[in-house]
Design a protein. Structure first.
Length: 384
């Protein structure tokens, strides 16, 4: 069997490349993806990039790690960043509802926008409609990139922290799903009363969506039909803009200025998810920069292996109780050494399955990361 050759992932080269303007971190839940995104953003900022980091994960870990009491839909400067090289760091969290409201306000007249924002169907859809979060993630990324291009903000790098698990790549499907929704029979029937008017339009509407309306009426109340009809009539002219902007952002994700970073842990399920991400990105023609394997137990070359540590513990225990503490510590080391061996095997098999893809292994930290200094240590490990 031929030896697997390690392919390094040069993280510092990635964030130092001025041609890279967007970095998208994706991965399954519980692998340290949010921390990785924040650490990348901090390291890039302290190396001279002007960075904004956007999290779509509703957890507050990013805000806590960056020393902010909360994140919202507005980019906020992060304190404690070394700006001696000219960099800066802003952070924000996607507010799905607020982003949708901003889109409406930007692409409708004030009167029409007020009508839409007050519509009960819009309020329900903008808060919980399937796919809204992914579409609004596309909207917000597009907004940030446009602000960069137009010189409204001086950022030169956007780092996106995506939702956990396979939904992290759902935003790649947002333009297609949106187009299917807007072009589908159901939405055309919803538009029919507004376009046709009068009793004929109402008959078409009632006949086409009778079953669906009964279900939705239970959810939204007796005014559902009128609310939906009013909403569709008010937003008809905006639908094309929604689709166009989503497709523009999708195209942005496939350009050379964008880089995807897949984050995993040295565990079977997490590595399986990482393989899925890699395959999906390849099938969509999206630029993969590399893979970060977080929280790996690493055994130094001069440290005892599990077998020798266990033999030493057995010998100390046989000599009497005076060596109980040393034997207990050796037992702990045995567990760590066995974990390191298992992690090394998982990473080795992953590399063998994905030759040519750069991998950066980040050792597990002694304590949880909860502040700027902790993020800085993770960033140093990423760049090592």
């Amino acid at each position: 069997m031929s030896k697997v050759t390690d392919t390094p992932f040069d993280v510092d080269a990635l964030i130092a490349d001025p041609e890279i303007r967007v970095v998208v971190c994706c991965g399954s839940g519980g692998v340290g993806k949010t921390t990785t995104a924040a650490a990348l953003a901090l390291r890039a900022a302290e190396e001279g990039r002007r960075v904004v980091v956007l999290t779509i994960d509703p957890a507050l870990r990013l805000a806590q790690s960056l020393g902010l009491t909360a994140l919202d839909n507005t980019p906020r400067p992060v304190a404690g960043v070394d700006t001696s090289k000219g960099g800066s760091l802003d952070a924000m969290m996607l507010d799905m509802k607020r982003t949708f409201d901003e889109v409406v306000e930007a692409h409708a007249t004030p009167d029409k926008a007020a009508q839409i924002l007050q519509n009960p169907f819009y309020q329900a859809m903008s808060s919980s409609f399937a796919g809204t979060q992914e579409y609004m993630a596309m909207e917000k990324l597009g907004q940030l990139r446009t602000q960069m291009a137009d010189g409204e903000r001086d950022w030169d790098l956007v780092i996106v922290d995506t939702p956990p698990s396979r939904s992290a790549l759902d935003f790649l499907d947002a333009p297609k799903r949106l187009g299917s929704f807007l072009d589908g029979r159901f939405i055309r029937l919803l538009m029919a009363p507004a376009r046709a008017g009068g009793r004929a339009g109402l008959k078409i509407f009632s006949a086409g969506v009778n079953v669906a309306s009964m279900v939705m009426t239970k959810l939204l109340g007796g005014q559902m039909l009128q609310d939906v009809q009013t909403f569709v009539a008010a937003t008809d002219t905006m639908f094309g803009g929604f689709r166009e902007r989503a497709e523009q952002t999708y195209a942005l994700l496939g350009r050379p200025e964008t880089a995807f970073v897949v984050v995993a842990a040295p565990e079977r399920d997490a590595v399986r998810e990482a393989s899925y991400f890699i395959e999906r990105l390849a099938s969509d023609g999206m630029p993969l920069a590399g893979v970060v394997v977080n929280r790996a137990q690493v055994l130094g070359a001069k440290q005892l292996g599990a077998g020798r540590a266990e033999e030493a513990a057995d010998r100390l225990e046989s000599e009497g109780s005076g060596h109980s503490l040393a034997a207990a510590l050796l037992r702990i080391h045995v567990d760590l050494a066995e974990t390191a061996t298992r992690h090394r095997g998982v990473i080795g098999r992953f590399r063998a399955s994905h030759p040519g893809i750069g991998v950066k292994v980040v050792p597990t930290q002694a304590v949880d990361v909860h502040d700027i200094d902790g993020l800085r240590e993770i960033g140093a490990a990423l760049g090592a």
